[in-house]
Design a protein around this ligand. Structure first.
Ligand SMILES: Nc1ncnc2c1ncn2[C@@H]1O[C@H](COP(=O)(O)OP(=O)(O)OP(=O)(O)O)[C@@H](O)[C@H]1O
Length: 607
């Protein structure tokens, strides 16, 4: 049954309304019932109702809950900003010839552009370029005022301009362009504006705390002239600051809409008492927030455990033990979830779950560490042990470290050292370079396991090459982890061929997990990043590695960023209904690990 404040939100008439509410207070619940109310009591034609969520999964979930409530489908539009605006643009003749870039093609264009403006295209650089271009678009910051955290400003601006021009030539749009172009068109074309204003007479917006400036501007235009805008959000759950989310926009609603109705939902229906108290104790340490009263509706205490474990191995063993205990105690696998800060943390968990035959579901694709460029370079060296040399392997390693060899010198797909030397018949210096490599590769062939990898790194100068390429020590250390992982994988290999076999097994295992990721999550333990767990709830939740440098992340180097990390932790904690396990480790790869400051902040509630 709706609480009185939920009832007020659901039955709000026309005009703008902002509902502020804590976790588990029924925001999603209210949204679906408001749609029902608009159709059945307000007489609003369903096709005129637009519901915007932040992820495809949330849109689907909301639609399913709504159909469940109504017992049949209605033509209400549920979608993300991107999908809704893409639908609007596609109907415009000027945009029919444009194609939407998928991630791979976008990276290819970025690489081409980076080459033109003479910027490095290492994997991490490309990632930062993508993030920065997206940030510029979504925040609408003027290029001249943009300060890049990773690149010289003039470089990133040049890259941005070339990238945009190149896309225009090929008639391509990236995801952010869907918003940029929609905004442009709404301003430029009055008939486009009025067509969509009439089409969507009621706008409902979920998770408004994660909206950025560009999204808000488009929504304000679309909502005119009646401003039937109903938004729900929680500033404490704002976790997309790095993408330009502006939780403060929620609180400027009154400036844009004087007299807007502002409602609060105070009751938490999800978490048992100790879990809720600890979550509230945690979030009270944030200074940039609106204080709000949150009242638990569940009287049972629930179970909150903070567990310190020796290392990752002990953490994984503990996790498996509790999962099994809970299952024996009557929980279904899908009632439990394992949350983590980043994918690198779950390799050992995945292995253990596979070994123990515990079914699991991974929401996001796991980056495959066995396809990291360092790993691929090392494997390419190892493959040269065969009599015939394969061109892609040679291309990978010929100038890592720099040997001043030209790509054109490898004239065939499969070649030999002899044929390669022949290309340089008039250049004895280059012939000697190839001879030296040949000698080294022959010696490499006689080595086994980790020794072969050490040989490539030390004797062939690959490590020195990495050191020169790395932007800083942290990046070099990260690349070193890849070398460490391959050595670990190779530890029982007797020949270079066996190292390659072992590497293929590990690489394919992660690829398989990624292929399965879209499958049904019924009957499976959920593995989610903390970002990916937003909006979900489970009986039992584990948060892995509650340690300094992970949670909060080592990248959080300002008070604002620490506050965002704390909000992320808060989102994670408040996913739990009955049992919450916060696991911390004491050491990793011989390095001492300190418990997260967030654990200290909830200490009083635990005891
Ligand atoms: N009035 C109510 N009475 C009983 N249960 C309720 C009520 N309102 C919501 N709930 C239940 O509380 C839980 C949380 O609701 P919901 O998922 O809608 O919260 P939310 O505010 O969207 O949460 P979050 O922001 O943390 O994702 C759900 O299981 C929902 O069914």
């Amino acid at each position: 049954m709706l609480s009185p404040s939920q009832e007020e939100a659901v039955c709000h008439g026309s005009g703008p309304c902002l509902t502020l509410a804590g976790p588990g207070s029924g925001k999603t619940y209210v949204l679906t019932r408001r749609i029902q109310h608009l159709i059945t009591k307000g007489g609003v034609p369903p096709e005129q109702i637009l519901v915007i969520t932040f992820t495809k999964a949330a849109a689907l979930e909301m639609k399913e809950r709504f159909i469940g409530l109504m017992g049949q489908e209605y033509p209400v539009v549920f979608g993300t900003f991107h999908s809704v605006f893409y639908g609007m643009l596609r109907r415009e003749p000027g945009f029919r010839t444009y194609r939407l870039l998928d991630h791979k093609s976008k990276q290819a264009i970025l690489k081409e552009t980076a080459y033109v403006v003479k910027m490095s295209c290492a994997e991490d650089d490309l990632l930062h370029m993508e993030q920065e271009i997206s940030y510029i678009k979504n925040t609408m910051v003027a290029l001249a005022e943009y300060a890049s955290p990773y690149f010289p400003n003039e470089k990133i601006i040049k890259l941005y301009e070339h990238y945009e021009a190149r896309k225009e030539v090929y008639h391509l749009l990236d995801y952010d362009d869907l918003l940029v172009k929609t905004r442009e068109l709404l301003y430029k074309d009055p008939s486009f504006l009025s067509k969509w204003q009439k089409r969507f007479s009621y706008l409902l917006l979920d998770e408004v705390q994660d909206m950025n400036a560009l999204q808000f501007e488009i929504i304000r235009l679309l909502a005119l002239p009646d401003n039937n805008l109903f938004a729900v959000g929680d500033d404490d759950q704002s976790i997309y600051g790095f993408r330009g989310a502006r939780p403060d926009l929620m609180f400027s609603f009154e400036n844009y809409y004087p007299g807007v109705k502002i409602l609060q939902l105070r009751d938490n229906y999800r978490c048992k008492a100790r879990i809720l108290q600890a979550s509230l104790a945690l979030i009270s340490h944030n200074e940039i927030r609106f204080t709000k009263e949150i009242l638990g509706q569940k009287e049972e205490k629930g179970n909150l455990e903070v567990v310190s474990l020796a290392d990752k191995k002990a953490e994984t063993a503990y996790l498996v033990q509790i999962l099994k205990q809970q299952r024996t105690g009557g929980k279904n696998w899908e009632d439990m979830a394992v949350l983590y800060r980043n994918h690198a943390q779950i390799g050992s968990v995945i292995e253990a779950l596979q070994d123990e035959k515990i079914p699991f579901y991974v929401k996001d694709a796991v980056p495959n560490p066995y396809k990291h460029f360092v790993m691929l370079d090392l494997i390419a060296y190892l493959r040269l042990g065969s009599p015939l040399l394969h061109r892609p392997d040679l291309f990978r390693i010929m100038n890592r470290p720099d040997r001043f060899l030209q790509r054109a010198s490898v004239t065939r797909e499969w070649t030999t050292f002899e044929a390669w030397k022949h290309f340089y018949q008039d250049q004895p210096g280059m012939q000697r370079t190839i001879e030296k490599l040949e000698g080294d590769i022959n010696f490499l062939r006689s080595l086994s396991g980790p020794a072969a990898i050490t040989f490539i790194c030390k004797r062939l100068g690959y490590e020195a090459f990495l050191k020169k390429q790395a932007r800083d020590d942290a990046e070099y250390q990260k690349w070193q982890e890849s070398i460490g992982l391959l050595k670990e994988t190779a530890k029982n290999a007797k020949t270079t061929g066996q190292i390659i076999e072992q590497w293929e097994i590990e690489r394919d295992a992660i690829d398989r997990i990624n292929q399965e990721k879209s499958l049904d999550k019924e009957g499976k333990v959920g593995l989610y990043t903390l970002h990916g767990a937003k909006g979900l709830e489970f009986d039992t939740v584990f948060i892995l590695d509650c340690n300094e440098t992970i949670l909060p992340s080592k990248k959080a180097d300002s008070r604002e960023k620490i506050e965002e990390e704390r909000r992320l932790f808060y989102v994670g904690m408040t996913r739990a209904k009955e049992n919450l396990y916060l696991l911390a480790i004491r050491q990793e790869q011989g390095k001492k690990m300190h418990p997260s400051r967030f654990l200290k902040e909830i200490e009083k509630v635990q005891t």
